[in-house]
Design a protein around this ligand. Structure first.
Ligand code: SF4
Ligand code: SF4
Length: 472
């Protein structure tokens, strides 16, 4: 999301014809006042001036996954912006409008593609907040969303799931259940949740303070994350090992919880703000110079805390100071420069850009730079790299069919690279792509960028990252 606080929006509405409040909110965003009876209330409706920035050129269309799938104007960025404009002008929030908004993956490929700098990221978040306040969802949809948000942003509850899940994986019960198709018949969404669960390894709890190897170069805080912490503890351990090897003291506050990304991306503004406040509290007195994140979706939201808490007098400044410190782990490692020797890893990898790293944070070169510096490693690019894999936070659970199509499309492009290992930097992408690659029947190793780097620094053999079938 981009800061809109410096925009001059006074009276600049293009074709909108709606009114913009210029009042006395000096330095604040000018929110349009929506027409009475329309889709939106006056609390941060989609910004009329940002809507007016769209010149309808259509350059964003080929990168939009839903437009690529269905070819429908209203399922393109341009179409959705048009719906927002209509809502501001008085169109009610009906099921059709919400359907097109819900179908957006929030992948932000359109933000990258747009030559006019349209801030669709800001617009979709504003619109989703309105949808969650005003749209009466079906009982089934409410129940599913209730289950997701009672579970995913709560690390302790997720960790409680590890025991039964691991038992099911060990005994083969998960695969047997999948073969019966029973869960699919009861609820396709629950079936997707089951199929996405990664193979669980050992829990790897981290101490609250980890000292740098050798001379200390920086003190960094580390976000453990919800899904990352519960289902990919090896990624967090690898992150801590690499950071300490590169001269960082690593602080892992035990009080930290969810960063609020899932809530922010799904229109649950008050909940996202609560999570953000608690995370700011956790890191505030820890003395860290940077806060390091290894999950793309979390990092993109944490970098936007200034906007998320801008209206909270007790937190606005503190949130802005916190957001300034947030870095993806690849950014911090490139900023520091390497000191730990890299050992060769003779293997080919395909690097998948997580949307919330590439499109939302603009972090593309750093992971590639780190991977390409590993001796023996060959990096291969994936065709249609800008198109989302269909994970998109909880999109693949809420919208299993298009997510599956996008996953299969991504898997086919990955397999075409001929690489042995797929590398990416987001737990959601890892789960989505692993599931799609399994469906494709093409065994591949799957790893987070930091796990590859860790293996190189530790001098681990390439076979540690390869699938059993291809390990030699
Ligand atoms: S965020 Fe992604 S899915 Fe949504 S309109 Fe933009 S490109 Fe399309
Ligand atoms: S590329 Fe930008 S200006 Fe062109 S239609 Fe898409 S959002 Fe509008």
């Amino acid at each position: 999301m981009t800061d809109t606080s410096q925009r001059d929006t006074s009276g600049t509405l293009g074709e909108m014809g709606a009114v913009v409040e210029t009042g006395d909110r000096a330095g604040a965003v000018d929110w349009g006042i929506p027409a009475p009876g329309g889709a939106f209330d006056a609390h941060k409706p989609p910004d009329a001036a940002l809507i007016g920035d769209c010149v309808h050129c259509g350059f964003c269309l080929p990168t939009c996954p839903t437009y690529v799938l269905w070819g429908e104007e209203m399922d393109s960025p341009r179409g959705r912006i048009y719906l927002m404009k209509e809502g501001l002008e008085g169109e009610p929030m009906d099921d059709e409008m919400v359907g097109h908004i819900d179908a957006c993956l929030g992948c932000m490929a359109c933000v990258t593609a747009c030559p006019s700098g349209v801030q669709y990221d800001v617009l979709i978040e504003q619109t989703r907040n309105q949808v969650e306040r005003h749209h009466d969802r079906s009982a089934a949809d409410k129940a599913l969303r209730g289950l997701i948000f009672a579970l995913f942003p709560h690390p302790k509850r997720l960790k409680l799931m590890r025991g039964p899940l691991k038992l099911a994986q060990r005994t083969g019960l998960d695969r047997a259940l999948r073969r019966t198709g029973l869960l699919e018949r009861i609820s396709p969404q629950l079936a997707v949740m089951e199929s996405l669960a990664p193979r669980l390894g050992k829990p790897q709890p981290l101490p609250e303070y980890i000292h740098a190897t050798g001379e200390r170069r920086m003190v960094v805080g580390m976000l453990v994350g919800c899904v990352q912490g519960a289902f990919f503890p090896g990624v967090n351990s690898a992150t801590a090992r690499v950071l300490r090897a590169e001269g960082c003291d690593v602080v892992v506050p035990a009080s930290q919880g969810c960063c609020g990304a899932l809530s922010a991306h799904n229109g649950r503004e008050p909940e996202a703000q609560d999570f953000a406040r608690r995370l700011v509290d956790s890191f505030e007195d820890s003395g860290v110079e940077r806060v390091v994140v290894n999950a793309a979706g979390c990092g993109s939201t944490m970098k936007e805390y200034a906007a998320l808490l801008a209206d909270d007098p007790a937190y606005a400044e503190r949130a802005a100071a916190f957001a300034e410190k947030v870095r993806d782990v690849s950014e911090i490692l490139v900023e520091l420069g390497p000191v730990a020797p890299r050992h060769p890893l003779e293997m080919t990898i395909a690097y998948h850009d997580a949307c919330h790293l590439a499109h939302a944070q603009g972090v593309r070169s750093e992971p590639r730079q780190l991977l390409e510096a590993i001796p023996g490693l060959e990096l291969r690019e994936i065709a249609e790299a800008e198109i989302c894999c269909g994970s998109a936070g909880i999109y693949n659970v809420l919208n299993p069919e298009p997510a599956r199509e996008l996953g299969d499309r991504k898997a086919a492009n990955i397999v075409r690279t001929g690489a042995q290992v797929l590398v990416t930097a987001n737990p959601g992408c890892l789960m989505q792509v692993t599931s799609a690659i399994e469906r494709a029947g093409h065994p591949m190793g799957m790893a987070h960028t930091i796990e590859v780097l860790d293996a190189s620094i530790q001098g681990a053999p390439a076979s540690a990252l390869l699938p059993d079938q291809t390990a030699s």
